[in-house]
Design a protein around this ligand. Structure first.
Ligand code: GLY
Length: 570
């Protein structure tokens, strides 16, 4: 086991004190007083056909976990640019009855033949595109194992029943829409490169017209084998043989052992308190829960409601800056590196960070000591939120990383492989192909999971339960933060998903913001405090959220207006 860089300087003294005081976050959380059952069940997902698949399974007697399988598999078919059987994800589950709360970590793993310098040439330079495009970019998929695991341990229906809507969609096809066209155009070159991908996702080598049907009979068969044989239907037998043959013929390094060895991990959900709320979120190898805790603990010391717009943005940005500094320095796969999670979650640690914030000046990121940055993770991913009639709930964020992942379909399987290997630091300590610098804790190693920003989250309080999450690469965490801050002001899901967004990730040292997200006056004020800006040309994110209000016993559910998703309660 390799150690992540230890906490530095003054924080080390605090760390000793914390370990002596034995601070325990979860112990302080108040018990909830929820009504026995919600009045309706609800699903919000990034595609109407995936929401419909989940509703179909709920109507067939499935619970939230069966519906999560159905929605995940349907998204794998109808949103091939976001997630899929060739990718992975995090499924945050809450089961009523025993109140079990955990995260199914179905994150991809590096192939066993991978090594730290996998993407470097002989002179130690990063080879452009190798971790993004084609078979070399793909980690060992985790989604099929996660779906089989959830069916076996949490669902009430057979896996093949929950996969049925997705199999039908793969056979019968789904219509191309404007968003599909945009994503396919973005990845056109790599899709054209592989005949197996072009044949499925393009129309004679070009982006299909709106309304054209994308049929995926090979993916239907792969899903059927998964349904029939469980995880062995993917990680052994016909599908495994085809995956290995396809990847190796295309220059990749997967072996049968990689597939046989792949295991999901059930990880305890990461919990902490913010005001009167208990936040339940994703633990490492996601950076989301830890970064959320740092930001919210810092912000708990400020009266954001009383602050004007510029003051509020300044304080939130300074919290973001500090949390992303720590993300880069300390976080990676907890099975490979030791992460000081307890300390990072401790409000006393956050108090130290808060004390370093000047209200009148931005802190230049270069003055926050840090050797390296792992800034922008992939920018395409998907999220869905589910609540069933018993109160079971799922927040799931799934990914194949870039739009259409690696762009490579293993021939004969219909499985589009991820390019999640790009979420590792290709060369710790020095800039990678995108000008980003990575940290040692997230260096490549055989069997290791790349650090993720995916942040499926529950908000729990005496008043109700929120379920939320979004795609959006490194901006995922700050989008969820803004949603939680909005919830703390009493707003509901319709507001969380449509809020104007801004983001800071330590480096580059600037505030990114959506068109119209900040007033001109606030920008002038923030500039006078030393902040720099990047005005984005378009909006970002695709949040899917719901809230079960205990007091009114009512469920609100919302899908981000930026996307094409759908939210339903019935
Ligand atoms: N590939 C996106 C993420 O895991 O953060």
């Amino acid at each position: 086991m390799q150690l992540a860089r230890p906490l530095s300087g003054a924080f080390l003294l605090l760390a000793v004190w914390w370990s002596l005081t034995g601070c325990d976050m979860a112990a302080r959380v108040q018990p909830q007083a929820e009504p026995a059952r919600p009045p309706v069940q609800a699903i919000a997902s990034a595609h109407p056909l995936a929401t419909a698949a989940g509703l179909e399974i709920l109507a067939a007697g499935g619970n939230a976990f069966d519906a999560a399988i159905a929605v995940s598999a349907a998204l794998a078919v109808v949103e091939p640019y976001s997630s899929g059987l060739g990718g992975g994800g995090f499924w945050l589950l809450h089961r009523v009855g025993d109140e079990k709360q955990l995260m199914v970590d179905g994150r991809e793993r590096a192939p066993l033949a991978a090594h730290r310098d996998l993407y470097l040439d002989e002179s130690g330079e990063v080879i452009p595109g190798l971790s993004m495009n084609g078979a070399m970019a793909a980690g060992i998929p985790g989604e099929p194992a996660a779906l089989a695991h959830m069916a076996e341990h949490y669902g009430v229906l057979a896996l093949r029943r929950s996969l049925a809507p997705a199999i039908r969609l793969a056979k019968e096809g789904f219509p191309v829409d404007a968003h599909y066209r945009k994503m396919a155009q973005f990845r056109l070159a790599v899709l054209q490169e592989f005949e197996s991908s072009e044949a499925i996702f393009l129309d004679f080598g070009d982006v299909p017209e709106e309304g054209a049907l994308i049929k995926q009979p090979q993916l239907a068969r792969t899903l059927m084998l998964l349904g029939q044989y469980g995880r062995d239907g993917f990680y052994a037998g016909e599908t495994a043989d085809r995956l290995i043959a396809g990847v190796r013929a295309a220059g990749g390094i997967w072996t049968q052992e990689d597939l046989q060895d792949y295991r999901i991990v059930e990880r305890p959900a990461l919990t902490f308190s913010y005001r009167d709320m208990r936040i339940v979120s994703a633990p490492p190898p996601s950076s989301g829960g830890v970064a959320l805790a740092t930001m919210l603990h810092i912000l708990e010391g400020f009266d954001l409601e009383q602050a004007g717009e510029a003051e509020r943005v300044h304080l939130v940005v300074e919290a973001m800056r500090r949390a992303y500094r720590d993300r880069a320095e300390y976080l990676g796969d907890p099975d490979f590196v030791q992460i000081p999670v307890e300390r990072l979650l401790d409000p006393v640690y956050a108090a130290g960070l808060r004390a370093s914030i000047r209200r009148d000046r931005a802190t230049p990121s270069r003055l926050l000591a840090n050797p390296g940055i792992d800034a922008v993770a992939g920018n395409h991913t998907t999220h869905f939120s589910i609540l069933d009639r018993d109160g079971n709930r799922v927040a799931a964020t799934l990914s194949i990383n870039y739009p259409f992942g690696s762009g490579f379909v293993a021939p004969g399987t219909g499985v589009l492989l991820n390019d999640e290997m790009d979420d590792f630091s290709a060369r710790p300590g020095t800039p990678n192909a995108y000008g980003l610098v990575g940290a040692e804790a997230n260096a490549i190693a055989p069997g290791k999971r790349p650090l993720s920003s995916m942040t499926p989250t529950f908000i729990e309080s005496e008043e109700g339960i929120g379920v939320l999450g979004t795609p959006g690469g490194s901006r995922i965490i700050t989008m969820v933060l803004l949603g939680i801050l909005d919830a703390a002001q009493g707003e509901g899901p319709a507001s969380w998903v449509s809020l104007p967004r801004f983001h800071h990730q330590y480096l580059p040292d600037l505030i990114e913001f959506e068109p119209g997200a900040l007033s001109d006056q606030a920008i002038d004020d923030l500039r006078a405090r030393g902040h720099e800006f990047k005005a984005l040309e378009s909006q970002y994110g695709n949040m899917q959220a719901l809230y079960w209000d205990y007091r009114r016993n009512r469920v609100d559910v919302a899908s981000d207006p930026r996307g094409i998703g759908s939210a339903a309660a019935r």
